[in-house]
Design a protein around this ligand. Structure first.
Ligand SMILES: Nc1ncnc2c1ncn2[C@@H]1O[C@H](COP(=O)(O)OP(=O)(O)OP(=O)(O)O)[C@@H](O)[C@H]1O
Ligand SMILES: [Mg+2]
Length: 367
């Protein structure tokens, strides 16, 4: 293996496949995780996230393809020699052991002298802000504290790679939020390459340096959170990341980079990125984010109108659902910043629906 490649990726998967009987859990998947990067695997249940993680960890062997860690092919290297730190949804602390013994377990298994273990455990506990709790048992800790201990246990071996499989899904929302921030701080401070699995898109968008969006054993797109949100590679990614309205329309005209699409009695400009070979007259689906639409009093110049179906106060913003008279489309979700909208857009009120951006995404109609 060449050394230039060795220095460029912390983890590298090259055409890795894995099937369980007739189920192709991972299909010729390639992915590179850069040193120090937090890469999230995001996708619906059953898309192959845990399978990919288990192959990197060495719990599963790939049917085909190669896995490398820091440039070394590890296909035949057992888990305990891969120098991997792991944390899973059920953090599986040893209930009969103290915090000290739980965190130090991996070092003890590696035969490290007691004094060194003690020092490394102390460092790890400082990192997760739980120094002083060494003598407690897991049952004497809160859920968030147990999660931190599990993180300390994963980090204490000074792994080359950290693998996290839905680590916060058992925590309530506010605790999850603070653990996410803390994990990101620790991960950045240590500069440790991390693969983080979640099916929670807001977690993925807030934590990741880059994310890989998966579906049915295939990585559909790899990019920064902003790239994946603003420039999704396909319909699946566009629908999976963030809320989106899918509004039927028809291509009216095409010029160099843009298509003009008729929606209801109005028009909207769309990028041609996903409409390469489409001709005028082609039915398409226009993908519009809720924050790309605003509401106005109905006027003749506003061709798309409707009636407010519901206005939902969300604290910092208001979600307004509008019934529009477009065939094949029930309601449009509009997200308005600020609190004053609930009173203004009451149920039943007639409204004009205005696209607040010049360019939206459109995809050829599926099926
Ligand atoms: N040991 C196994 N035997 C048979 N099928 C399996 C096994 N492990 C996983 N699968 C199947 O492989 C596919 C991918 O599973 P995987 O656990 O990787 O999904 P996931 O993306 O982690 O899903 P989730 O979000 O629900 O955890 C699924 O169809 C699953 O049923
Ligand atoms: Mg899983």
């Amino acid at each position: 293996m060449s050394s230039s490649r060795a220095s460029s990726s912390a983890v590298s998967l090259n055409a890795v496949s894995k099937s369980f009987g007739a189920i192709a859990a991972l299909k010729a998947t390639s992915l590179d995780i850069r040193p120090g990067e937090l890469m999230t695997l995001l996708g619906p249940s059953g898309c192959g996230k845990t399978t990919l993680l288990n192959i990197v960890a060495g719990f599963l062997s790939a049917d085909a393809g190669d896995v490398a860690i820091e440039g070394q092919r590890v296909n035949d290297v057992p888990t305990f020699q891969r120098q991997i730190g792991m944390m899973f949804q059920s953090y599986a602390l040893f209930p009969h052991m103290t915090v000290e013994a739980n965190v130090g377990y991996g070092l003890k298994m590696r035969g490290m002298p007691r004094a060194d273990i003690h020092r490394r455990v102390q460092d790890a506990l400082v990192l997760v802000k739980l120094q002083g709790l060494e003598a407690r048992k897991p049952s004497q800790l809160s859920g968030g504290q147990q999660q931190r201990i599990a993180l300390a246990r994963a980090l204490v071996i000074e792994p080359k790679v950290l693998l996290l499989d839905e680590p916060f899904s058992a925590l309530d929302k506010s605790l999850r939020g603070s653990m996410q921030i803390e994990l990101k701080d620790i991960q950045r401070k240590l500069g440790i390459a991390t693969i983080f699995v979640t099916h929670d898109q807001s977690e993925a968008l807030s934590l990741s340096d880059r994310l890989a969006v998966m579906s049915e054993g295939v990585i559909r797109q790899v990019g920064t959170p902003h790239e994946v949100y603003a420039d999704p590679a396909d319909r699946f990614v566009a629908s999976f990341i963030g809320d989106v309205n899918v509004i039927p329309g028809v291509i009216e005209s095409l010029d160099d980079g843009r298509a003009t699409i008729r929606v209801g009695n109005g028009h909207v400009g769309a990028s041609r990125t996903h409409l390469a070979d489409a001709a005028p007259g082609t039915p398409v689906d226009v993908f519009v984010r809720p924050e790309q639409i605003t509401l106005a009093a109905p006027r003749e110049e506003i061709p798309l109108t409707g009636k407010v179906h519901a206005s939902v106060f969300q604290g910092g913003h208001t979600d307004v659902l509008v019934d529009v008279g477009v065939e094949g489309m029930s309601t449009v979700l509009v997200r308005l910043a600020g609190p004053a909208h609930v009173a203004r857009w009451a149920k039943g009120a007639p409204v004009g629906v205005v696209f607040a951006v010049d360019t939206v995404l459109a995809f050829p109609k599926s099926g």
